[in-house]
Design a binder for this molecule. Structure first.
Ligand code: HEC
Length: 206
């Protein structure tokens, strides 16, 4: 899969950076039970959640498209209805969301903070640099993890160009379900959106 081929090196680089910065700052903590987990822990957790979710969605999409074509697979790209996303949310006590500059479902529209991250990632890609996962302390006992979602070939059957990578009849079906759809016109390698994952900013217990 194309996506994994590009995603994995970025992931490794980021985890590498995160762990090396952890080693240089982690040694002075005197009360480990009371301290907040270091950023690297949340970055790693966020990466793990994003990668697992992405892998399970991609796998399910491929299967559904093979079995019943694009129209049958349309519901698979909803996170809300996905049992794997559900169990990941519970295991990690996380709120898992995706958003984008152009969304298909208006419920996925970006808030101001997400909008800013999306613009940063978009500029990074335009400048041919890899957009990096990012952690933000929300100050309310939660941390937000953001990471880019890059369009792969598989995605273009539903998010590509109508009449080219998306078949007209498939798009008619999508539009009937999502009359406000803006999530088309993407090419492989484009920023399709971001992960936006919220986790409790608590002591690490696992
Ligand atoms: C079979 C059609 C189909 C395929 C293939 C598909 N998607 Fe989607 N995608 C959808 C639908 C339908 C939605 C709206 C889901 C919802 O209601 O939340 C969506 C929503 C999204 C969203 C949430 C933001 C939004 O636009 O509402 C992202 C991000 C996304 N898709 C990325 C991808 C990526 C990345 C791939 C390839 C790995 C992909 N999609 C493949 C149909 C598809």
């Amino acid at each position: 899969m194309h996506m994994q081929a590009t995603f994995v090196p970025i992931l490794l680089i980021v985890l590498g950076l995160a762990f090396s910065s952890c080693q240089s700052t982690g040694e002075t903590s005197s009360t480990p039970e009371a301290a907040s987990a270091p950023d690297s822990v949340y970055l790693a957790k966020g990466q793990q959640i994003a990668a697992s979710t992405f892998q399970s969605l991609s796998g399910q999409l491929q299967q559904a498209m093979k079995a019943g074509g694009v129209q049958e697979a349309v519901s698979v790209c909803q996170l809300a209805a996905n049992p794997i996303v559900d169990s990941l949310s519970q295991v990690h006590q996380a709120e898992i969301r995706r958003t984008a500059l152009r969304v298909r479902n208006p419920k996925n529209a970006a808030n101001d903070a997400e909008q800013a991250i999306l613009q940063d990632y978009q500029s990074a890609l335009e400048e041919k640099t890899a957009p990096k996962p990012k952690l933000v302390d929300l100050g309310n006992g939660q941390v937000a993890f953001y990471a880019p979602i890059i369009a792969a070939d598989l995605c273009l059957k539903c998010h590509g160009i109508v009449g080219e990578t998306i078949q007209e009849q498939d798009y008619a079906h999508i539009q009937a379900l999502y009359p406000e759809d803006q999530a088309i016109g993407f090419q492989a390698g484009d920023l399709r959106g971001i992960w936006s994952i919220r986790m409790a900013n608590s002591t690490v217990s696992d």
